[in-house]
Design a protein around this ligand. Structure first.
Ligand code: AMP
Length: 551
């Protein structure tokens, strides 16, 4: 697919495919089988809000909103956004943290027909400048008062000389239309009528492996279905109160935290990532379900976990292998404990509700949709490996991307359109399921507590340093974050320190989480027989050094 530049309209549709590149006959099938709906995300939310007006839709440290309140408020803000001159299909960079107003802004953008572009509060000029130009962003939504960087000033700087960026929007200070609730609803409906449910609703960012960030188009019907299917496999109902601690404007946040609970009228309990502030809120709000990413695998050791465990029904772990101790500790109090393997590109695997503790601890389960296909192929081929053997996980189905925005990347897909995830996996036959276990990855990235660092991107930046002649970024093990970046560097003879490299990346305005956290200087970097950088050797070297330093 090469998507059109207009994100929210069907302008990118080519004969026989939807705007996001799904073959039209498959879109028809997904709809005929009741998977994809016919509404936009905003109208799906409105329908649920009408069905559950008095239930809490979202609770956060800043307050709470019922469905009726959230629905009405977001109608008004949508009218305010339209009043600024923003038009349906206009992409909006979203760079905010986990706050009540974030959820208000999310639905208001969608109701105004705008297309949120999910970025991280930690992103800086290097990332935002590229992303906002790649989508032709018209507005940049930021938050005032974040720790460290002044994101409002940053957004204004980004707009200078930008070809399309015209508005800086600030969370909590969004315009509201000067109209009553009925009129606001009427205007939102008018906007939504003009949007096709197969148009691109949201852009998510790929954890991807090339030197530039890749954007994933997520259409309305497809994206809501992803969330509905997830809520269904976990058995959520309107009585659930779903805790979410990791960045909410990430794919996992939007699907598991915002849309997922909202597909069934449940409540999102939105916290920040710090367990000491998250746990009291989760306990006070009697959370019934929670997703813990790898950075929160220590949550069951928290002094308040006993109290939380008394209300938890479902605990989902995601991001790294689950030890027996963690599995048992997470389930104290009787909660069902399972795993999620997900990606911004689409495919979600979840351990089925009725499956054994063995399956739920040792595998990430099965795809969440009956029309999902997960195949394990010998890397770089179209050949399936035998059950039990390790190969590359390749996926196709009703909510997995068919192409990146504006990029032709045939190597990322099989001939029949399955996405090559770059993750290594194996099929395990357990409890009558073809459950999938994660066995590593072939893509060259570092998973730092759930944030993906693209090695090639950082290496190219390091090579721009005047004294660096060779650079390789490899993962070094970290007990809390899982992995951190270690740079192996050869120079022109002038030694460089970690501080030098960090100053260089600061000057290039690169997000801090991507910075190497250790440097290993070498006269020349190790290479394989065919002359490629030997990252296997460097990864083993740093792991050995770290374990030697520990003893
Ligand atoms: P993202 O698109 O940022 O959500 O990252 C998706 C990637 O995160 C996957 O392709 C995997 O490499 C990794 N990932 C997601 N879930 C898990 C999991 N449960 N275990 C190990 N790795 C995971």
């Amino acid at each position: 697919m090469t998507a059109g530049t207009s994100a929210g309209t069907s302008a990118g549709t080519s004969a026989g495919t939807t705007a996001a590149g799904f073959p039209a006959e498959l879109a028809d099938r997904y709809r005929a089988e009741g998977l994809w709906g016919t509404r936009t995300l905003a109208e799906e939310f409105h329908a649920v809000a009408r069905a559950h007006p008095d239930r809490d839709a979202v609770v956060a440290a800043q307050g709470r909103l019922t469905y009726a309140e959230l629905d009405e408020r977001t109608d008004r803000v949508a009218v305010g956004l339209a009043g600024l001159g923003l038009r349906p299909g206009d992409p909006v960079i979203v760079q905010v943290t986990n706050r009540l107003e974030t959820v208000v802004a999310w639905y208001a953008l969608l109701k105004a027909g705008l297309v949120p572009v999910a970025t991280l509060a930690a992103h800086r000029g290097h990332e935002i400048a590229h992303i906002s130009r790649a989508v032709g962003a018209r507005a940049h939504l930021v938050e005032a008062g974040t720790r460290g960087t002044d994101l409002v000033a940053f957004a204004h700087e980004q707009a200078v000389d930008h070809p399309t960026l015209r508005h800086v929007l600030v969370l909590g200070d969004l315009p509201t239309g000067d109209v009553d609730a009925d009129e606001a609803r009427r205007r939102v409906e008018e906007i939504q009528h003009g949007i096709d449910p197969d148009d691109v609703a949201v852009f998510q960012l790929s954890g991807g492996t090339t030197g530039v960030p890749k954007l994933i188009p997520r259409p309305h019907a497809e994206y809501w279905y992803n969330a509905r299917a997830y809520a269904e496999v976990l058995g959520w109902t309107a009585d659930d109160r779903v805790g979410h601690l990791i960045p909410v404007i990430h794919n996992a946040g939007v699907v598991c935290g915002v849309h997922g609970p909202h597909t069934v009228g449940a409540c999102l309990v939105l916290t920040d990532h710090d367990l000491d502030t998250a746990m009291p809120l989760l306990v006070a709000e009697r959370a019934t379900s929670v997703l813990f990413g790898h950075v929160h695998y220590r949550a069951p050791e928290h002094p308040l976990y006993d109290e939380l465990a008394a209300t938890l029904r479902v605990v989902v772990l995601s991001g790294a292998k689950v030890s027996e101790e963690l599995f048992a500790a997470a389930g104290q109090g009787g909660a069902w404990v399972g795993q999620l393997f997900g990606m911004a590109e689409g495919m979600f695997l979840v351990t089925p509700r009725g499956s054994s503790a063995d399956l739920r601890r040792t595998t990430v389960g099965v795809p969440i949709s009956p029309l999902d296909e997960a195949r394990i192929l010998a890397p770089g081929t179209e050949e399936e490996v035998a059950d039990g053997e390790v190969g590359e996980l390749c996926c196709r189905g009703p909510y997995t991307l068919r192409g990146y925005h504006g990029l032709d990347r045939p190597e990322a897909f099989t001939a029949d359109g399955a996405y090559r995830t770059g993750d290594l996996a194996a099929v395990r036959l357990l409890d009558g399921y073809r459950a999938i276990s994660v066995e590593g990855r072939i893509k060259d990235l570092i998973n730092r507590g759930g944030e993906k660092i693209n090695a090639e991107e950082v290496e190219l930046l390091l090579l721009a340093h005047p004294h660096v002649v060779e650079a390789a970024l490899v993962a070094m093990p970290d007990p809390r974050l899982g992995e951190r970046g270690c740079a192996y560097v050869a120079t022109d003879g002038t030694p460089v320190t970690l501080a030098d490299l960090q100053a260089h990346l600061t000057a290039l305005d690169v997000a801090k989480f991507k910075w190497p956290e250790r440097v290993e200087l070498r006269e020349a970097l190790p290479r394989t027989k065919v002359g490629k950088l030997d990252k296997v050797a460097m990864t083993a070297d740093i792991a050995a050094r770290l374990s030697g330093e520990d003893t």
